[in-house]
Design a binder for this molecule. Structure first.
Ligand SMILES: Nc1nc2c(ncn2[C@@H]2O[C@H](COP(=O)(O)OP(=O)(O)OP(=O)(O)O)[C@@H](O)[C@H]2O)c(=O)[nH]1
Ligand SMILES: [Mg+2]
Length: 290
């Protein structure tokens, strides 16, 4: 019997190696040299391959921090990758160019990724470090990454799931081993293709649209600004979630009252929506404070 298909979405900063990684997974075209030629991905592209009797669907996305683009518009395009894969992605590969320093832009990129897909994304993500060829070994690269405080936090958020890649290595054994690593990692993460990312992105989409309208230039964005936008959005998501629970609970109580559990329960049901929403809203606000 054929194995369950796996859906993978590649995300990250512009030029980090998403399209090269897609080509590596699809065994389509392995670049031999950097050259001076850069091909910037504009849209969201789905392609598929069969590896180890599994269909692997790979979605390439436009990179964040293209200086000519509004960062939030690019994030909206990146978010639209979700409609390409049904029932949802089994893994997000957060691609990081290990030959570059992990600067403020990289940290903003991490915040924008969360603002696009919500904090749950990290439970469904693995980090792919490209430019492994800049290091003596994969272990050397990982040791260096872990020594960078902010990067180490991201690695922990992603449950320590990391893969290192040299997209320019076209040695058959190397490709076989790395493809096996990637597929095994996504298989384990998705419990053999049974678990996938599934999140209501309405509020995140609204937040990105709101920011895209402000037309702030990408180069003027500061980490604190993006961190505040992210905190406010996560707060709105929590309040909406808790309101949903409260309304659900009230409906249950009201139904119980209606089927004869007594006048007291009905009174609670009538009074509690406001009370419940007030309580949960304050809980949500407290939960976000450091
Ligand atoms: N040396 C080396 N170069 C790499 C590696 N991966 C990618 N590159 C090079 O990095 C450059 C950018 O790679 P792309 O795959 O186009 O990056 P991208 O993330 O798709 O870029 P955007 O579409 O602009 O977001 C290209 O010149 C690649 O050849 C790698 O593992 N090692
Ligand atoms: Mg690309």
């Amino acid at each position: 019997m054929a194995e369950r298909p796996l859906n993978i979405i590649l995300i990250g900063k512009t030029g980090c190696g998403k399209s090269s990684t897609r080509n590596f997974i699809l065994e389509k075209e392995v670049f031999k040299s950097n050259g001076g030629f850069e091909s910037i991905t504009k849209g969201v592209h789905l392609e598929e391959t069969v590896q180890q009797r599994r269909t692997i669907k790979v979605v390439d996305t436009p990179g964040l921090f293209d200086p000519d683009k509004n960062l939030f518009e690019t994030a909206l395009k990146m978010q639209s990758s979700l409609i390409k894969v049904s029932p949802g992605p089994h893994a997000f590969c957060i691609i990081i160019d290990a030959s570059r320093r992990y600067t403020e832009e990289e940290q903003i990129t991490q915040h924008i990724i969360q603002l696009t897909f919500g904090e749950k994304i990290f439970k469904h993500a693995l980090i792919v470090f490209t430019h492994e060829d800049n290091y003596d070994s994969s272990e050397d690269l990982l040791r260096t990454a872990e020594s960078v405080k902010e990067l180490n936090s991201l690695i922990k958020l992603c449950g320590g799931r990391c893969i290192t890649l040299n997209n320019h290595n076209n040695d058959r054994n190397y490709i076989t081993v790395k493809l096996k690593n990637i597929i095994e990692s996504v298989t384990a993460l998705s419990k053999d293709g049974k678990v996938h990312y599934n999140r209501d992105i309405t509020i995140y989409k609204e937040a990105l649209e709101e920011q895209a309208r402000t037309e702030i230039a990408t180069k003027d964005l500061k980490l604190e600004m993006v961190a505040t936008i992210l905190q406010n959005t996560e707060r709105r998501v929590r309040v909406a979630h808790l309101k949903g629970i409260a309304i659900g609970a009230c409906a249950t109580i009201a139904v119980a009252g209606a089927i004869g559990l007594g006048a007291g329960a009905v009174v609670v049901a009538m009074k509690s929506p406001v009370l419940a929403v007030a309580i949960v809203s304050s809980m949500a606000t407290k939960g976000l404070r450091k």
